[in-house]
Design a protein around this ligand. Structure first.
Ligand SMILES: [Zn+2]
Length: 288
């Protein structure tokens, strides 16, 4: 290579490098947004995670902080947009990808969670604020003339998941137990069967119109029944297969749950859902 050619090659590489670096950095910036759901209830997005918050004349009720950076961003946005103190932080369950960062709100907020969530947050040293207030079955939080009704749905996706109903906004916030036209996440770690199905029934008894999940788009009440259909088909399919002596591999190819073929992640996660339920049933079944 001549000197000129070498210089030219180096310059080209440098320019290519710059183009490569810039989009890579932009991709790393978290996608954050605040959108109105109904009335004074808003949805907060941090990449693939969502929570909600309610603005009242006496302050703001926030839910899952998601992580410390996301919570810091949300806290500043709430201050700029509404200029009201954050009075309550309600955690949907203990899992860190939703509960982390609670300490960001703890200077002004009372932290609420299910009693089992507190035990896990403390026991597993979750990176969040330790709940100040806990409950076992139901609890209503009132602030500035508005309410949020908390219901423990039983051991389902974790042993401490609660759902949050905002009656004036006709919206239910439900994390990780339900999604809109998408199968459940991978091998359903930390979950309980058939408790998960009972929990969905409990949620169907709540009076609401808009479903706000912890991942993916908003939905409607009918999505709960659709998820119950999928989970029931999955659970009974695996249980019946096991009773007939079917192997995990054969269940993965035969339990196709065709009705749900059009759902998101059907191809990748349905076999993992089967594996998760299979392993749980295997552990619980009595030897002959
Ligand atoms: Zn979870």
């Amino acid at each position: 290579m001549t000197k000129t050619l070498r210089l030219y090659a180096t310059a080209t590489l440098l320019i290519a490098g710059l183009f490569f670096i810039v989009p890579a950095q932009a991709q790393n910036a978290p996608k954050r947004a605040i959108t109105k759901i109904a009335g004074d209830l808003y949805r907060f997005q941090n990449n693939f995670h969502f929570s909600v918050f309610l603005v009242t004349p006496d302050g703001v009720i926030v839910t899952d902080p998601i992580n410390a950076d996301a919570a810091t961003w949300l806290k500043a946005e709430i201050k700029t947009r509404f200029n009201k103190p954050i009075r309550y932080l309600i955690l949907s369950h203990d899992h860190s990808d939703h509960s982390a960062g609670g300490e960001v709100f703890a200077d002004t907020a009372t932290v609420i969670a299910h009693e089992n969530a507190k035990a896990t947050i403390v026991g597993e040293s979750r990176p969040t604020a330790v709940p100040d207030l806990t409950f076992s079955d139901t609890m209503t939080v009132s602030l500035g003339g508005k309410q949020v009704e908390l219901t423990y749905v039983g051991a389902s996706h974790s042993d401490n998941l609660i759902v949050m109903n905002f009656p004036a906004e006709r919206t239910l916030f439900a994390v990780d137990i339900v999604s809109v036209r998408r199968v459940a996440y991978k091998t359903l770690s930390d979950s309980y069967f058939p408790g998960w199905i009972h929990a969905l029934k409990k949620m169907e008894a709540i009076d609401f119109d808009i479903l706000a999940p912890g991942h993916g788009p908003l939905g409607a009440k009918a999505d709960i029944a659709a998820n119950r259909g999928y989970m029931s088909g999955l659970y009974s399919g695996v249980l019946n297969g096991l009773r007939k002596g079917e192997t995990l591999e054969s269940l993965k190819s035969n339990l196709t749950l065709d009705e749900y073929k059009g759902w998101g992640r059907y191809k990748e996660w349905r076999p993992l859902n089967i594996e998760g339920v299979y392993n749980r049933i295997q552990l619980q079944r009595r030897a002959r």
